[in-house]
Design a protein around this ligand. Structure first.
Ligand code: PLP
Length: 421
């Protein structure tokens, strides 16, 4: 029995600063480039494009803004410019990742699109290419796919891109969680027609906030820069021909991002060490670490695990609470998360799949075997046709903070082990 409590909170993922961030922020202050113009922004755009192996990066206030401008541009490219009061995807279906953070697809809804959710591949925890093919069989007229990499462990985004090309669809790649991860040596964020990365406070590197839109197309980069600064036309006065946004990154924030980039690889190495320590420390328990697909190199942002079916005690969740029946030798994410919290450590459930969210309950959800809707929020005994629901039921994210010490992580491992008593 582990009754001890860590006197220092062990976090899921927090910012890790190194000093250069303050230098660049101070430079912005001392030179009075305290707006959305300046050397830090220029540098971030240069470094971000180089890191992602794309020609252009556009620095924005957040990754959600990058995704929004990508969705809007894709919509206008595919369907033409809408009337002022309409979204660029009005009434159009868009195939979206199902097991992701909702920011991946919120912009689809901002633009009037209808998300159709594609089930998750058991082998990769990312969008299932087989289910995506199924979706194109059912809806051959769909022209846009928005796919995210989960927890920094990529699936086969290259295969997803090929499927999109085969069906004449554009791909938006949400690499918010996967900066620095690779597939066959190619950077995540570089596979889509549009890519996006995030500098949110809990990501692998951070600006406290911020994001970049990635593209090889100068037209897209120029359009995104224009739209993100209120869509001003070239004139001596404020001249407007289209709707604009206030989405540009601040030069102060850009100073933090600029200072963080040189440490990206160090952060990845430290996250990898955390994953491997869990792998070693949890050996022998009836659970699996989140999968690493052949040919991919994750950035290891969050270490997640999934409990074997036969080691799951009964667990039931409604829209805001979870209950479980303890059984000897068995556990569930709810018990582990409660024990971690009691120990002063922060875990988190798997991102709840979008097709299980109240706001999307009537939306289509496409699995390998065809179209369906959320069947149940409870743990599905036996087989798992709804892969997302199954991973949500049995999986959880473990404390993955870079500043967690080996001793602290060993204590977390002991807490997890005690749940299987
Ligand atoms: C964090 C995150 C986002 C949003 O990033 P922001 O920079 O906070 O807007 C989008 N998609 C995924 C998958 C994320 O994890």
């Amino acid at each position: 029995m582990s009754t001890a409590v860590s006197n220092k909170k062990i976090w899921l993922a927090t910012p890790t600063m190194h000093g250069d961030e303050l230098k660049y922020m101070t430079e912005a202050y001392e030179t009075n480039w305290m707006s959305t113009v300046g050397a830090n922004i220029n540098e971030v755009e240069r470094i971000a494009a180089q890191q992602a192996q794309k020609k252009y990066a556009v620095a924005l206030s957040c990754c959600t803004a990058a995704l929004h401008l990508a969705v809007k541009h894709a919509g206008e490219t595919l369907y033409g410019k809408p009337p002022i009061s309409h979204g660029a995807l009005e009434g159009k279906r868009v195939f979206c990742s199902d097991m992701t953070f909702d920011a991946t697809l919120n912009p689809v809804v901002y633009e009037g699109g209808i998300p159709v959710f594609i089930d998750t591949e058991e082998a990769s925890w990312n969008m299932d290419p087989v289910a995506l093919e199924k979706a194109f069989e059912l809806y051959p007229d769909v022209k846009l796919v928005v796919a995210a990499e989960l927890y920094g462990f990529p699936g086969r985004m290259d295969v997803i891109k090929k499927i999109c090309e085969k069906h004449g669809a554009l791909l938006i790649e949400d690499a918010a969680e996967a900066m620095g991860a690779t597939i066959d040596g190619r950077q995540c964020g570089s596979f889509g027609d549009y890519g996006a990365v995030s500098y949110n406070g809990n990501k692998i590197i951070t600006g406290s906030a911020g994001g970049c839109l990635l593209t090889d197309d100068i037209e897209v980069a120029n359009k995104a820069r224009k739209w993100s600064t209120q869509a001003r036309e070239n004139a001596p006065w404020y001249q407007h021909e289209e709707v604009g946004y206030n989405y540009r990154m601040s030069n102060v924030i850009a100073g933090v991002v600029r200072g963080q980039y040189p440490y990206l690889n160090e952060h990845i190495a430290r996250k990898k060490a955390i994953y491997e320590r869990y792998q070693e420390g949890l050996k022998g328990l009836p659970l699996q670490m989140c999968p690493i697909m052949e040919g991919t190199e994750p950035n290891y942002w969050l270490s997640a695990v999934i409990i074997d079916r036969e080691a799951m005690c009964r667990q039931v969740r409604d829209d805001s609470t979870a209950l479980y029946n303890k059984e000897p030798g068995k556990t569930c994410p709810t018990e582990i998360l409660e024990k971690l919290a009691a120990f002063n450590a922060e875990g988190r459930p798997i991102w709840k799949p979008m097709h299980m969210q109240p706001m999307y309950r009537l939306h289509e959800f496409i699995t390998r075997s065809g179209s369906g809707r959320a069947k149940t929020n409870a743990y599905i005994a036996g087989g798992a046709e709804d892969v997302g629901a199954d991973i949500f039921a049995r999986g959880l994210c473990l404390p993955s903070d870079i500043k967690m010490t080996a001793q602290e992580q060993d204590a977390v491992i002991r807490v997890i082990r005690s749940c299987f008593d």
